[in-house]
Design a binder for this molecule. Structure first.
Ligand SMILES: Nc1ncnc2c1ncn2[C@@H]1O[C@H](COP(=O)(O)OP(=O)(O)O)[C@@H](O)[C@H]1O
Ligand SMILES: [Mg+2]
Length: 345
């Protein structure tokens, strides 16, 4: 980043991409970070709203809020006060009938570049793959790219949790962003480091955790750092000081997670067709492999490969599962663990 090289952070959800960028930026001094989260962004208006929101926060911090309001006068900005923080926030009217194009986005990026020049602006587009889903995404990406490539005084960081989508942006020769940023992979933490680290943390709080217990816990969440953290946190909350942790404690901790996430599970189940539900149970039982095997047919009662393909495609489109290598992986490992314990749902 200090060499002004644009980067794209690759890694599955909850591997720590956002945390990494925020932590690095917090440590580097004299940086102005504009963090824009594009998760589930719907259209260009929505993108623009999120950029304005990020800009509003960073401008306030840098004491250039009024300049921002003036610069965006043509977008009919509204200033309101956030009741929680008492700070002013800025929003702009949707473009409405005016055919939205990428111009207003480019203007906002220009404002960031010019307004914070000399303050080392870092523009962080988080969950960038969701931009691909908006109408006219291809044209928009081309417009953005042609503007960004002239921003030599800004660093752009793109992060996204969908590897295939991020690949189509940065690794496809037909994409305007092809090779425009250096890939930085963020993955799981190696067990040789993570296991002693976690044992040490539990010990500090008076809990004794064996290597086996920690390994079992990490197996459950496939070593995902964010999910490990959540499970460890619940394990902490559900055990007493001086406890020696056993398997039943992990089950208790899981029950707490299930209770917290039940709304999500219910939503997944309610929105799935009966065949999709059977496939979900089958995928959970076979840990994401062999979905055309006899075992899968037996488990699910679905025998037609075409039907299975269609159901899985829908589950992928709805981001309930995704493929990772040859395996189908649940977006939430806790959903998988819950399905295994609740076959009747
Ligand atoms: N190195 C790490 N070790 C343990 N937990 C981490 C680490 N990095 C992030 N986390 C935790 O994991 C969760 C997900 O991190 P986040 O940065 O939001 O992931 P991502 O942006 O990849 O989806 C957060 O709760 C965060 O506190
Ligand atoms: Mg993130």
């Amino acid at each position: 980043m200090t060499s002004r090289q644009n980067v794209h952070i690759e890694g599955d959800r909850r591997t720590g991409k956002t945390s990494l960028v925020l932590e690095v930026c917090a440590r580097l001094r004299n940086i102005t970070l504009l963090h824009v989260d594009f998760m589930l962004v719907k259209n260009i208006d929505d993108m623009r709203g999120r950029l304005v929101d990020g800009l509003s926060k960073v401008s306030l911090h840098a004491g250039v809020f009024e300049r921002l309001v003036k610069a965006l006068a043509h977008l009919r900005p509204t200033v309101s006060v956030n009741p929680a923080t008492g700070e002013p926030t800025l929003s702009v009217a949707p473009a409405g009938d005016a055919r939205p194009d990428g111009k207003s986005l480019v203007e906002l990026l220009e404002f960031t570049r010019a307004g914070f020049s000399g303050k080392r602006p870092v523009i962080f587009f988080d969950e960038f793959q969701d931009v691909l889903k908006i109408p006219n995404a291809k044209t928009l990406l081309a417009i953005l790219r042609s503007s960004i490539q002239n921003h030599h005084d800004c660093v752009y960081i793109y992060s996204g949790s969908s590897r295939s989508d991020m690949d189509s942006v940065f690794r496809d020769p037909d994409s305007p962003f092809f090779k425009s940023a250096i890939p930085v992979p963020v993955g799981t933490i190696e067990r040789k480091d993570f296991v002693p680290f976690l044992i040490g943390k539990f010990k500090q709080g008076g809990r004794t955790a064996s290597v086996d217990i920690i390994n079992a816990l990490l197996d459950m969440v496939s070593d995902n750092p964010g999910d490990s953290q959540e499970l460890c946190n619940c394990l902490w909350e559900t055990t007493e000081n001086d406890a020696t942790l056993v398997s039943a404690d992990i089950e208790n901790a899981l029950s707490l997670i299930f209770a917290r996430e039940f709304k999500y599970f219910e939503q997944v189940i309610d929105s799935a067709t009966p065949i999709q539900k059977k496939c979900l149970h089958g995928i959970a039982a076979l840990d994401g492999v062999g979905v055309y095997s006899n075992r899968f047919f037996e488990l699910t009662g679905v025998h037609n490969p075409g039907t299975i393909t269609k159901a899985i495609k829908r589950l992928q489109d709805n981001r309930i599962v995704h493929s990772s290598g040859k395996k189908l992986v649940f977006a939430s490992p806790f959903l998988k663990l819950w399905l295994l314990r609740n076959p009747h749902f």
